[in-house]
Design a protein around this ligand. Structure first.
Ligand SMILES: [Zn+2]
Length: 313
């Protein structure tokens, strides 16, 4: 195992286009099993993402349909892929060449204000939950919600229930106020699965230095992401070097043991030159190896994420 990838949107593509296969290479998916095997990805996080064009009335059934895509389309052949559900599964990562598939929920909109939906998703294998996508929901405000609210009363109950299950809380997409309420008022394991540095690229989806320091102090994770508009204020100018600028900034802040990667493949149309799909992680690995010592690089590619999972499970 050479990589763990903390975020991709394969499931929403499989849900939209039932003919697509995760098991075959093709032009419509960035993350496929052949590419994962070629790049040496040992664990991939698969996000359930209900797009905003789905009405609230259909959001829950859409989330369930994507859980079905996870089991029928990804964890289809257990000789090649297995679901990562507990500590034992983390210890198995990389042992036999199989891919560990980790199920997450990107935005609690589909929960529709019902804790029983959260409990059912946990039963179905969801081990990480991002409280919001970009908009407000029953739990909290997302980062694009102009009023910038934090957690709701229901949101506090929701996070407490997550804590009961030991679910990981993903703060990417969450409002700034929501972020600080999670950090100051809860004790669940926290990560930002796909966000970069706001000091270098002032996109609201990125984390400011105080947020990064707080994640370091909490021993959380920060998933550097390949989204061009989160890497460079002019995404047409983005180069692979911009990813290293963000990485170096995190290092300057002392985040070496917190850095991981969350590609956002299959959630982005524009790509960093050289990083078109999962296969290109091999190219990224070569470039990283030119710049950084091996023990650090291995931490960011794989060991920090694994350590985080083993610490909390
Ligand atoms: Zn996202």
């Amino acid at each position: 195992m050479r990589w763990i990838d903390g975020h991709c949107d394969v499931l929403s593509k499989l849900w939209r286009e039932p003919g697509l296969s995760f098991y075959e290479d093709g032009p419509k998916l960035d993350v496929t099993l052949p590419r994962i095997r070629e790049a040496g990805v040992g664990m991939q996080v698969f996000a359930i993402f209900v797009p905003p064009d789905v009405s609230r009335a259909h959001s829950w059934e859409t989330a369930l349909a994507q859980v079905d895509c996870f089991y029928e389309g990804v964890v289809k052949d257990e000789r090649l892929v297995f679901p990562v559900l507990d500590r034992n599964d983390v210890e198995q990562l990389g042992m036999d060449g199989r891919l560990g598939a980790f199920l997450s929920l990107e935005g609690a909109d589909a929960i529709q204000g019902e804790l029983l939906h959260l409990r059912l998703l946990h039963r179905l294998g969801v081990r990480m939950v991002g409280l919001t996508w970009n908009h407000a929901n029953e739990v909290a405000d997302g980062i694009e919600e102009e009023r910038g609210g934090g957690l709701t009363r229901f949101g506090r109950l929701f996070v407490r229930e997550m804590g009961r299950f030991g679910q990981f809380l993903d703060v990417s997409h969450l409002s700034v106020r929501g972020f600080w309420e999670v950090m100051d008022q809860t004790d669940v394991p926290v990560l930002a699965s796909h966000s970069n540095c706001r000091t270098l690229c002032p996109h609201p989806r990125n984390l400011d230095d105080d947020q990064i320091r707080a994640l370091i102090e909490r021993d959380g994770l920060i998933g550097l992401t390949f989204v061009p508009k989160f890497l460079h204020s002019d995404p047409d100018q983005v180069r692979l070097n911009d990813l290293f600028r963000h990485l170096d900034h995190l290092l300057d802040l002392g985040a070496s043991r917190q850095i991981v990667f969350g590609s956002d493949f299959d959630g982005i149309d524009q790509k960093v030159p050289g990083l078109a799909n999962t296969k290109d992680l091999s190219y990224l690995e070569e470039r990283l190896a030119e710049r950084y010592p091996e023990h650090l690089r291995i931490g960011w590619q794989r060991d920090n994420f694994r350590r985080f999972l083993l610490k909390h499970w």
